[in-house]
Design a protein around this ligand. Structure first.
Ligand code: ADP
Ligand code: ADP
Length: 232
């Protein structure tokens, strides 16, 4: 079964006028697939990510993750899904201000049965892989925007989630750091992780296997890309 299936998903906001943030989206993310989402501002990209990440519930339609219809899960099961199965890289970083980079990255493992030494070792490894080994003891306010973003990315990946959702993961990053992040995604892809990445940037989206183009809450078209991995 696929990692994620969306079946005619709609998300409607009733404001002064009705806004169809998602207007009948059906999409399958096969296990281990690497998909990019592109589309203009307001086309529904964030809403789509939030719905798949169980942060938001659709007005209509079905979201199935790992064979489970999300609407039938209890609050606790949904939290578990978010904490372990899904790694969510938020646009805003949501780092804990009083914790160091290392503690922030180690934190999601508290949901799991992992000892403190192993937690810290794993967190250090992830910080190293996002190029922040020398910032492990810094608090978020001592880090630049791009560094905070990388801490958030390391935190999203630390539990080795089956599904990674990333919203503009390389938005504030310089070219070299961005390349490092995209290589890290490629590594996770090679290891079988299901990836869904929102980006405004064509060269970022092109690292995926296909690009889903959203327009006005609908899938406008799906662009298949060369399967060969374009390692930069
Ligand atoms: P992006 O930067 O992805 O184009 P937006 O700037 O449109 O995103 O929106 C940023 C966030 O603000 C989204 O996650 C969305 O949930 C929220 N948002 C967008 N539009 C509205 C709105 N009209 N009312 C309340 N929240 C909104
Ligand atoms: P994108 O991420 O592509 O910019 P969003 O998913 O943030 O698009 O938003 C899609 C549409 O839904 C926009 O018209 C936005 O204003 C609206 N929207 C998003 N979140 C909310 C919200 N919480 N309340 C009202 N409208 C929203």
């Amino acid at each position: 079964e696929p990692a994620v299936t969306l079946d005619d998903v709609r998300k409607t906001y009733q404001l002064a006028e009705t806004v169809h943030a998602l207007d009948g989206v059906s999409l399958t993310l096969p296990r281990g697939s690497y998909t990019a989402i592109m589309g203009p501002s307001g086309s529904g990209k964030s809403t789509l990510m939030n719905v798949i990440g169980c942060l938001d519930t659709p007005t209509e339609g079905r979201v199935v993750i790992d064979g489970a219809d999300v609407s039938t899960l209890s609050g606790r099961e949904r939290t578990r899904l978010r904490g372990i199965e899904i790694g969510f890289v938020f646009q805003t970083f949501n780092l804990m201000p009083r914790l160091t980079a290392l503690e922030n990255v180690a934190m999601p493992q508290l949901f799991q049965n992992v000892g403190r030494t192993d937690r810290n070792e794993r967190a250090r490894d992830l910080l190293d892989r996002v190029g922040l080994a020398d910032r492990a003891d810094h608090r978020p306010n001592e880090l630049s925007g791009g560094q905070r973003q990388r801490v958030a990315l390391a935190r999203a990946l630390v539990n080795d989630p089956a599904i990674v959702l990333a919203d503009e993961p390389s938005g504030n990053l310089d070219t070299e750091t961005e390349a490092g992040i995209l290589d890290l995604f490629a590594e996770f892809h090679d290891a079988g992780t299901t990836l869904l990445v929102v980006s405004h940037e064509r060269h970022v989206a092109e690292r995926a296997e296909r690009i889903v183009h959203l327009l006005d809450g609908k899938i406008e078209r799906i662009e298949a890309l060369n399967d060969a991995r374009n390692g930069s």
